[in-house]
Design a protein around this ligand. Structure first.
Ligand SMILES: [Zn+2]
Length: 272
């Protein structure tokens, strides 16, 4: 499942290629044929993301709402576009660019009100400039649920996935099993600010990097990480390897149906 920075990056990719342009829309696969016909030949006015939801705005025709889910993919190309295969749910194209959407969980044409309803049920997103951590704090500070589970709950904070949750808790030295209501306000403010900074870097580089300069392989004289996901991290998918800071073995456990990773020494268990 892509994390929020990937969806914000896709919104940016759409803006760069299509914003202000008259766009041809089609559904080679047929499942979005009616929606595509309604936006075909219109100008893409907006492209924005909230958490893992992507919204493409076509003025009075409404918004295309896309959620990639686990298997969805968006691919971009330049003209001439190859013939679309019948796995393409939505193709957007101009004379210069095209974007092909395959296998999303959701692809639907929605109204402003329906879009607002989606924003309303999502928590604040560290990458949306108009959002702040206050609404999330109100839920977290009242909850007995662990902070690790709360961070993955899209109703609490939108866009955080398994990598960012593990890494921000490590960077702040927070026990992932700490109940939300036991989290200190200044720790939450620091986590929110850290999420915003790390995720903005993620949009820029289209990759998750969470390691501070002094802990990079070159600085520490250690070999770089070998992982399909790229990026240097402290704990994510480093189970049983030594912590970069204290050499304690990184631990893993299942939490909120996803693998959690943490350092028991740098993130000591809270009392009680
Ligand atoms: Zn450690």
């Amino acid at each position: 499942m892509p994390e929020g920075h990937t969806i914000h990056r896709l919104a940016l990719d759409h803006r760069e290629r299509f914003a202000g342009e008259t766009v041809r829309a089609s559904s080679p696969q047929g499942r979005f044929a009616a929606g595509a016909a309604l936006v075909d030949g219109r100008v893409l006015e907006r492209a924005e993301a909230h958490g893992k939801h992507l919204f493409l705005g076509f003025g009075p025709a409404g918004w295309i709402h896309i959620h990639l889910g686990l298997f969805g993919k968006l691919g971009f190309g330049t003209a001439p576009a190859p013939p679309a295969t019948d796995t393409v749910r939505l193709r957007l194209a101009t004379g210069e660019h095209h974007a092909d959407l395959r296998g999303p969980t959701a692809c639907a044409l929605i109204t402003d009100a329906e879009k607002q309803a989606i924003h309303d049920r999502l928590g604040p997103d560290p990458l949306r400039p108009e959002d702040d951590g206050e609404r999330a704090w109100r839920r977290i500070s009242r909850s007995r649920t662990t902070v690790a589970a709360l961070l993955l709950d899209q109703k609490v904070v939108a866009g955080v996935g398994n990598v960012y949750r593990a890494e921000v808790l490590f960077r702040r030295g927070i026990d992932p099993y700490l109940p939300g209501k036991a989290l200190a306000r200044d720790d939450w403010d620091a986590i929110w600010a850290d999420l915003a900074a790390l995720m903005r870097e993620g949009v820029r580089h289209n990759r998750i990097d969470t390691v501070r300069p002094e802990h990079l392989p070159e600085a520490m004289g250690r070999p770089p990480r070998v992982d399909d996901h790229g990026g240097e991290v402290y704990v994510y998918r480093r189970a049983h390897q030594p912590c970069h800071l204290c050499a304690t073995e990184i631990r893993t456990a299942d939490l909120a149906a996803r693998n959690l990773f943490w350092c028991p020494r740098c993130q000591p268990a809270h009392a009680g």
